[in-house]
Design a protein around this ligand. Sequence first.
Ligand code: GLV
Ligand code: GLV
Length: 321
Amino acid sequence: TRPRIVVTRKIPEAAMEILREAGEVWAPEPDRALPVEELHRVAAGADAIVATLQDRVDGALADAAGPQLKVISTVAVGYDNADVPALADRGVVFTNTPGVLTDATADLAFGLLLAVTRRLGEGERLLRSRTPWSFHLGFMLGSGLQGKTLGIVGLGQIGQAMARRALAFGMEIAYSGRRRAPEEIESELRARYLDRDELLRTADVVSLHCPLTPETRHLIDAGALSAMKRSAYLINTTRGPVVDEAALAEALANGEIAGAGLDVFEHEPDVHPGLLELDNVALAPHLGSATVETRTAMAVLAARNTAAVLSGGEPLTPVKG
Ligand code: GLV
Ligand code: GLV
């Protein structure tokens, strides 16, 4: 009998075609988020599950599927929604989609940086409110980027791509992280390695590119925000809980930092109401990888991972347990 493949959310057709060649595919029709009980029910008997970051991917899901489950492929690079050791214990291969969303996510991070420093959202709101305005030399001045320091927290693939964009805009690069980057990366990006406290104290823009883990939850809390310069900006395109969002709303309201650009939120899809009141924050609804090209590439990679494992081969991009 052909393998049963459960797809939890609608994915691009190019990926569905790969999956249909690999087995019998089930996906919710019409597309919707599956509540956990329903996810566990439809997972029963699955040989493979293609999941998204909205699904809790844990031992309970694997147990609901049954002992024949071979692989869970998530269509995302971040996998804080997954209990990787629990899957490894059950012999289930787990894969993510690194690499293919690097540029799209760095583009969005840099877009938020431009939006907040150049007050683009604020300017658009002004025009849409039909408020009278006229050009003058002191009108809606923002903050320039040339010669300023971008402080990258986590110089992985996306952090490096962000650094390349910043270099092209004439910024200087500093970074912090658990590990030092290879020397050739440091020299290509002219990146200075700093401990996190020094990075927070000296950067003009702090951009977060670390994964969400128990160690990085609330990495940016009230203390970190007060360590930052009053003229500094915070950009977050990784996962909301890396930032204490209530503390951020307060720091922004009190002028402890100059502004923020946020694509992710601590209690997604909710946004802290304090942030919605403020002009010095640029907001996007988790759009980091949201281009046609990138979402197709992510889903195709997840489908290839699935098909490889079902046919007894090695996955392309496994997450090691
Ligand atoms: C999106 O947030 C991802 O982790 O791919
Ligand atoms: C601005 O619009 C200028 O012409 O300097």
